[in-house]
Write a protein that binds this ligand. Sequence first.
Ligand code: GDP
Length: 139
Amino acid sequence: MKLERTFSIIKPDAVAAGRIGAILASIQEAEFKILGLRLTRLSEAQARGFYAVHSQKPFFEGLVKFMTEGPIVVMALEREDAVARLREVMGATNPANAAEGTIRKRFATNIERNAIHGSDAPETAAAELAFFFTTADLI
Ligand code: GDP
């Protein structure tokens, strides 16, 4: 199978709780290659843009507030079947439904404060990677 790239964020709840190391360990144990990694912070405009697909949802304003409340870690990741594999390692959006051992089961608080983002399709991954990394960053 061909190598694929995906995009991930360690969200503000997990950064504030000191979980960067544990989450990176889970990702590396799942044999992802880390192509890009940066501690940063989303502006309100960036958070609105990044989650534009959810702008009509009732949880949108809360999500923007959450994602801008503190630092995040953005990551460019690569392995075979990266998008689907990262979604498995992350677990379900709602940690109540997440499988044992997944990042969300271990570190999420609730359906909103759920520790990690991962792209949901290769096309989304390409757009999200371009939102945070230049082509030169990922060579
Ligand atoms: P993901 O791909 O598993 O991250 O889930 P979605 O793309 O559906 O949602 C994006 C993010 O919005 C989630 O990771 C949560 O942080 C938040 N979210 C999703 N659904 C809900 C919800 O029903 N309520 C609240 N408060 N937040 C939600």
